[in-house]
Design a binder for this molecule. Structure first.
Ligand code: 8NA
Ligand code: MG
Ligand code: MG
Ligand code: MG
Length: 344
């Protein structure tokens, strides 16, 4: 039977946490076949009979996602001043969670202006162009959940949550894409899920969004999310087995939104079926292992991809013992429960 809504909320929130914690040790790496074998063994071990081990640490992705969830629970809205304050407090308390290279400058300026100007510091980033990093996208899945029964509010809420740190249209639209993808997953029955149908809902949304916000792009003729999603479809429809190079050449795996959010969506969609070299019947495990195997910004890409698989299937596919190895898992279960309560 269809996973219930609460299970989907928990699946997405906990999926995001597990992806972040398990992806973190590999962030910035290109994995060799040997590394992938080690990864597989390690995930098998973590999923197996519980053993005592130091918790796998979450990073900026989960720290900032938690701020977004708390804001939604408390205000049933994105209150930008509260959210900005929460980001800055989290960062001040634990600056070593692997924050992006430039975003800490935004936090410093917000403190300095005493939160009187919330969006100004982000607009000053990168000589006034704004950040196109994936930091707004990596924290936004809860908005996709919250809007399950109010999809018309999604773009507005995402934009408010993004603009505190990311003013570049690619940074913002990447966040809308991730939240919209989660939002579609919550509505779908995994038993009758097809990537064609999913993409044919998502692509027109991005087309409309990108028409409105003429994308300045990395170069004038730079890529946009509509094109990247069409690449995702081409890759998924390809009759030949896909090499990692083909995937990475088409979609990328770095810390920019344009070269990581479509990648996460591709990983999620591909992991709904068998993947050569990954021996698991569980789509959640396939999502996690495949996302990390592709290397690059592994914590963030695994977090985004696993929050999609979790939103589709619910939390029953997340191996219980694996979850127990992730730092703060109990707190995130509670947050998912409360987010559900505040959304209905
Ligand atoms: P951000 O705004 O600092 O952007 C991340 C990076 O993207 C920047 O440091 C730049 O290299 C690049 N970038 C973004 N916009 C531009 C631009 N307009 N021109 C040139 N370069 C640009 O931070 P963010 O929050 O978007 O970053 C999110 C990522 O950072 C996540 O992957 C997260 O996990 C984290 N991260 C941290 C480390 C680390 O070890 N500290 C490494 C990788 C990623
Ligand atoms: Mg991180
Ligand atoms: Mg890191
Ligand atoms: Mg990252």
């Amino acid at each position: 039977q269809q996973p219930n809504l609460l299970s989907k909320f928990r699946g997405s929130v906990l999926g995001g946490l597990v992806g972040d914690c398990c992806g973190e040790p590999y962030e910035g790496q290109v994995l060799t076949d040997g590394d992938k074998a080690i990864l597989r063994r390690s995930l098998n071990q973590l999923e197996g009979p519980y053993f005592k081990a130091p918790a796998k640490k979450y990073t900026d992705d989960s720290a900032m996602t938690r701020s977004v969830i708390r804001c939604l629970i408390e205000h049933k809205d994105i209150n930008t001043k509260e959210l900005a304050t929460s980001f800055v407090k989290e960062h001040a308390a634990e600056p070593n969670r692997g924050y992006g290279g430039a975003v800490v400058e935004v936090f410093r300026k917000l403190l300095k202006n005493k939160f009187t100007d919330i969006v100004g510091p982000a607009q000053e980033q990168f000589l006034g162009r704004g950040s196109y990093g994936n930091g707004a996208a990596m924290r936004v899945s809860p908005i996709g959940l919250f809007c399950y029964n109010k999809p018309e509010k999604l773009v507005e809420l995402v934009k408010k949550s993004a603009e505190i740190t990311h003013s570049h249209s690619l940074g913002i639209n990447g966040a809308v894409l991730q939240a919209a993808a989660v939002n579609i997953c919550v509505q779908k029955d995994p038993k009758t899920f097809f990537h064609d149908e999913f993409l044919s809902e998502l692509i027109p949304k991005m087309q409309e969004l990108e028409k409105e916000s003429e994308v300045p792009g990395i170069k004038a003729s730079g890529p946009n999310f509509t094109q990247q999603l069409k690449e995702v479809k081409t890759l998924l429809d390809s009759p030949n087995p896909l090499s990692e190079d083909e995937v990475l050449n088409a979609l990328g795996h770095d810390v920019t939104a344009i070269y990581s959010v479509p990648t996460a969506i591709f990983i999620f969609l591909r992991a709904q079926g068998p993947i050569e070299g990954i021996q698991s019947e569980n789509p959640f495990r396939r999502t996690l292992e495949y996302a990390i195997s592709l290397g690059g910004d592994t914590d963030t890409i695994a977090s985004m991809a696993c929050s999609l698989t979790g939103a589709l299937h619910g939390d029953s596919l997340i191996p219980e013992n694996l979850l127990k190895h992730c730092e703060a898992h109990g707190e995130f279960i509670e947050l998912a429960n409360k987010l559900y309560e505040s959304s209905i």
